[in-house]
Design a protein around this ligand. Structure first.
Ligand SMILES: [Zn+2]
Length: 245
């Protein structure tokens, strides 16, 4: 089937659009981050789609809120046997209680979490997240250095934070970028894609044709990486395969 795609932003919400040989326009909101995808008949254009999205904005917002609520409610128990993703690889958590400062190690397919006796779930999660932060901090400088000459813009400052709705963001005035902590759970290509995506925003604010053209030039396979980023569950699954988020 012949399809074309577009990438719109409507009232701050990113919208993926695919035009194909169908009769009716379909809007979907997908977990875990509430990405909005529109399948539209070929006879329509971006403005039609924008209008349709605006009309259904209350429904889209409600659906996104429901998804975020699910993500918030699902809790990690941080006990042995749970699985956690590290750079796109599923590792089995093993909690080792022993005195001393909490830390994390990777031993082949196991994620070893060393904690003192009686450490709370929150503190365990905190130790893991500190470690994830270190993982990202170790990798981001290389990516920024690699892409600055290609994109032709500098990234004066970047930070890592937890974000519920975005993988990354940037302030176009200052060039300051933020990366979602959860990227440490994703394949390294996903982090690189977000770095390039945010850097491309230094050249173009919107997700319009110019943005897409620049992304195609910088990273021809960006769509596949974006889909990979959004297809996988966010963060956490139980080891027996049941998804909890
Ligand atoms: Zn963007």
């Amino acid at each position: 089937m012949n399809t074309t795609s577009a990438y719109l932003t409507v009232r701050g919400i990113d919208i993926d659009v695919i035009y194909k040989d169908i009769k009716n326009l379909h809007i979907g909101v997908y977990p875990p981050l509430g990405r909005v995808r529109v399948a539209a008949p070929e006879r329509l254009n971006d403005e039609h789609v924008r209008l349709a999205v605006v009309q259904r904005l209350p429904w889209i917002k409600k659906r996104r809120q429901e998804l975020f609520a699910v993500t918030r409610l699902s809790h990690r128990e941080m006990v042995t046997g749970e699985s956690h993703f590290v750079w796109g690889i599923r590792l089995r958590l093993k909690v080792i209680e022993r005195p001393g400062r909490g830390h994390v190690e990777v031993d082949r397919e196991r994620l070893l979490l060393y904690v003192a006796d009686g450490t709370s779930t929150e503190s365990r999660l905190d130790i893991l997240q500190q470690w994830q932060r270190q993982q990202l901090r170790a990798r981001i400088p290389m990516l920024v250095a690699k892409w600055e000459p290609i994109v032709g813009r500098e990234v004066p400052r970047w930070s890592i934070r937890r974000m519920k709705t975005k993988w990354g963001s940037c302030n176009r005035q200052t060039g300051h970028m933020w990366f979602n902590l959860e990227l440490a759970a994703k394949h390294p290509d996903c982090l690189e894609y977000i770095v390039v995506h945010e850097m491309t925003h230094l050249l173009e604010r919107n997700h319009g044709e110019r943005f897409t053209t620049l992304m195609d030039k910088f990273m021809p396979n960006w769509r596949a990486t974006r889909d990979r980023l959004n297809a996988a569950p966010l963060g956490h699954q139980t080891w027996d395969g049941g998804t909890t988020e």
